[in-house]
Design a protein around this ligand. Structure first.
Ligand code: NAD
Length: 489
């Protein structure tokens, strides 16, 4: 183990309150998606590094170093962390933009949101309590109560589409519940986590080993965390395919608790009585924000038949007018995709759409020769034939528009997917809106808007979009165990 003042933090992991070298020598090349050029290399940890980090988290948990601090003081500390990160908004936002490609304004909004999340869960530290129960003691006089206790050592595995935001979504409730945590960020976007580790070390707000950060590849470091016998709970955001592997790893190891925030193929319905200007902008932003790399992106657009051409033209017009470029340019409205691999994946879906007979209304090509840009793409599928692009998650700026005839059709169309994450309804009829909201099997329904999130509202998916919820009161429950205590009086 080594700890220096002048260290190259990129090549170290943050374990047990120290910067340590990797057990192996592997590294990850971090690439700027706007240029395709290498930014730097970051250490790629393996199972030994994960094991060290889990031990550090276990030692911290078992020592009660964090849990024994009074709740009000722990709440203050989380609030202080929020303030400190907020003071570094510009720096973190720039790192996110360089690493992921997202426009700077979008990156700043994600930092503001994660700061709110920390404050929300700071407030919850002093509000965790059990219940007393008036139990039937079979003639015996009993006093019974429940208490909430932290689940233990948490393993966090996160994706690249909002790197720091999702990471803090895991850290905030875990720490509020009294857990310790080992974080494995996405290999495509490790820079904000590396910087967070540096700042955590500098600020010294938390006991050593409470927050550990190990960078590495998913199939190596991520898998080692999922397989580890001493991790009590996994909190994961990423693809449904990897989510299934984690459930398997839990079953094969120690039945660690698992919560999953997974993929989606979310439907957005525009009725002919909607405010069309708002609906068109809403539908366009539902798919083009963050280049479509959003788990709840509105990628299936259902337009009531009579207004189909008008709406599809409008969405295509918004897409075609978007300024693509480096996220660091303040004029940019849409940045690149995260990697060459992701660009190739999205373009192959475009090819499949054309091959299967969808009508390409706009976009569908790589934009420019540098970086990983794909132009905003709109397909029309007028006769609603089965299409891969209308069924599988693309995770890019590609929407498939289809006509529908009214509320009677909505339930079948909305739910004809293994996913159930987001959904949208644009209508001026309150009754239609709430009927539709009841019929859709998804964790989130947006009426006359799309993609609004708030820390007070639970977020998560039905069906194969996930297990459990993040945010709100429900978001802390998976980090707690409930204990029932009986006393014979
Ligand atoms: P991914 O599942 O490939 O990777 C996510 C994380 O899992 C990364 O840290 C990766 O290193 C790790 N990983 C990969 N293989 C692993 C393994 N075998 N064992 C353990 N960890 C492993 O997903 P991605 O491509 O990074 O992100 C895109 C996906 O994430 C999309 O499907 C998207 O819908 C989903 N997502 C969901 C939400 C949500 O809240 N529901 C939010 C963002 C992204």
């Amino acid at each position: 183990m080594s700890k220096h003042d002048q260290v190259d933090h990129d090549h170290l992991h943050y374990i047990g309150g120290e910067f340590v070298t990797s057990a192996g020598s592997a590294s990850i090349e971090v690439v700027d998606p706007a240029t395709g050029l290498r930014i730097k290399d970051v250490a790629a940890g393996d199972a030994q590094d994960i094991d060290r980090a889990v031990h550090a988290a276990r030692d911290c948990f078992d020592s009660r170093a964090w849990r024994k601090i009074a709740p009000a003081d722990r709440a203050n500390t989380l609030w202080t962390l929020a303030d400190r990160i907020a003071a570094h908004t510009d720096e973190f936002a720039e790192l996110e933009t360089r690493d992921n490609g997202m426009p700077l304004m979008f990156a700043k909004a994600t930092i503001a949101s994660l700061v709110n999340g920390l404050r929300y869960y700071a407030g919850m530290v002093t509000k965790l309590h059990g219940q007393t129960a008036d139990i039937s003691g079979n003639g015996r006089d009993l006093h019974a109560y429940t208490q909430s206790e932290p689940v233990g050592v948490v393993g966090s595995i996160t994706p690249w589409n909002a790197p720091l935001g999702v990471l803090i979504n895991k850290i905030a409730p875990a720490l509020a519940a009294g857990c310790s945590i080992v974080c494995k960020p996405a290999e495509q976007t490790p820079l904000s986590a590396v910087r967070l580790a540096q700042l955590l070390d500098e600020w010294k707000l938390f006991p050593a080993g409470l927050i550990n950060i190990v960078n590495g590849y998913g199939h190596i470091a991520g898998q080692a965390l999922a397989d580890h016998q001493d991790v009590d709970k996994l909190t994961f955001t990423g693809s449904t395919a990897v989510g299934k592997k984690l459930v398997h790893a839990s079953a094969q190891s120690n039945l660690k608790r698992v919560t999953l925030e997974l993929g989606g193929k979310s439907p957005l319905f525009i009725f002919d009585d909607a405010d069309l200007e708002k609906a068109i902008t809403g539908a366009a932003m539902a798919i083009f924000a963050n280049s479509g790399q959003v788990c709840f992106a509105g990628s299936r657009l259902y337009i009531q038949r009579g207004i189909f051409d008008k709406v599809i033209e409008g969405v295509a017009r918004v897409g075609a007018a978007m300024r693509l470029g480096s996220g660091l340019d303040p004029q940019t409205q849409m940045g690149p995709l995260v990697s060459a691999q992701q660009m190739a994946r999205v373009l192959s879906y475009v090819e499949s759409g054309i091959g299967e007979g969808a009508e390409l209304v706009c976009g569908g090509t790589r934009h420019g020769e540098q970086g990983f840009f794909v132009s905003p793409t709109v397909f029309a599928n007028r006769d609603r034939k089965p299409l891969t692009i209308a069924e599988e998650e693309i995770f890019g700026p590609v929407v498939t528009a289809m006509p529908f005839d009214g509320l009677e059709e909505l339930e079948v169309l909305a739910n004809a997917t293994p996913y159930g994450l987001g959904s949208g309804i644009y209508t001026s009829n309150v009754s239609t809106a709430h009927r539709a909201a009841k019929l859709i099997r998804a964790g989130n329904v947006w009426i006359n808007c799309y993609g609004i999130l708030d820390k007070a509202m639970p977020f998560g998916g039905f069906k194969q979009s996930g297990w459990g919820r993040e945010s709100g009161f429900e978001g802390i429950a998976p980090f707690l165990e409930s204990k029932s205590v009986y006393t014979l009086l």
